[in-house]
Design a protein around this ligand. Sequence first.
Ligand code: GAL
Length: 410
Amino acid sequence: MKSIARLMAASAIVSASGAMAADLEVTHWWTSGGEAAAVAEFAKAFDEKTDHNWVDGAIAGSGGTARPIIISRILGGDPMGATQLNHGRQAEELIEAGLLLDLTDVAEAEGWRDIIHPVSLLDSCTVDGRVYCAPVNIHSWQWIWLSHQAFADAGTDVPANWDEFVAAAPALEAAGKIPLAMGQQPWQSSGAFGVMTVAIAGLDAWSAVNIDKNADVAAGPEYAKVFEAAANARQLAANSNVQDWNQATNLVITGQAGAQIMGDWAQGEFQVAGQVAGEDYTCLPGLGVNEVISTGGDAFYFPVNGDADVTAAQKELASLLVSKEVQVAFNLKKGSLPIRGDVDLDAANDCMKKGLEILANGAILPDGNQTLSPDTSGQIEDLMVEFWNDPSYSAADAQAAYAKIISRAD
Ligand code: GAL
């Protein structure tokens, strides 16, 4: 009963406006093969199920390039109709400045608080009780992707965890492989470091540093182990000179590299290449050490627009993105997990199934975008660029610099 009432209320919001067709420019940074296939599902649904038009505003070069462009367009009075961001703290200032559309009426009419799981995804869209974004996926960073071909060529078994991977690295090198593929953009080494902290320092130390901003733990023995592992990883990635994350994934797909530490979006690339989880590649959550996933993700924000037709189109898109059918179509292509538990994911591959199991067990963490300000994340990225590029930068010195960043984190 409740849900029928909600559906009727939701469609009333949409149709009561009597809106005219609008062209909605939608910006995002989903330009790899898997990402493009996934976002095409949004465009298709919007074009087919509404009277409006999706005008694709893909920005190449990853979130690090796209985010400042997106934010400066909104601040500078040249807003798009809708945009991807990682929800959490990236949009804080835009919301405070009143530049993003309040979607609370759509969220309430459709019962988002009851259907979105974990509800932290919606909390990350909510400021002072008002909802400003539509979450579209749970993306998790905590994965290492291993190439079966590379390990077969090296004459070793596919590792089951980080230590086994490190032990197999000399055999990979002897077979002419790059043990660890790593793209050169700052967010990639910083993200890989974050994955190592969860796996190697453990959850308590991770929470102390990332949630409580405890600089003593950041300077302590658990984190020393992480920095040593990162120094080791730096060595294993020394010959990986690609830029983009999907170029690094391609090294794994083609068996030129043993592994890559990367978020679940890598899965979309294996899929586009026709590879099968468990046969051609293996994915280990939490580096096979600590099976947890972070539950940040992507969300769409809608800059305030004086045109009522545009506002109506924006709300229709928000509603569609959260709908069951679109959630399934998008996430199956993206490799991420849906934001609602009431959808049929029978077609999920083995890696997605692992992610769903971990989610069901509740072994979840917030994402860095939810716990750290963009300023703190930027400082960590800068440190990681220096550390990964300079083999003489010692683990101990990097740890000391990191602890200092945490001591002043907001
Ligand atoms: C992240 C985004 C993911 C993924 C990745 C690589 O910021 O949330 O969805 O696509 O960038 O482009």
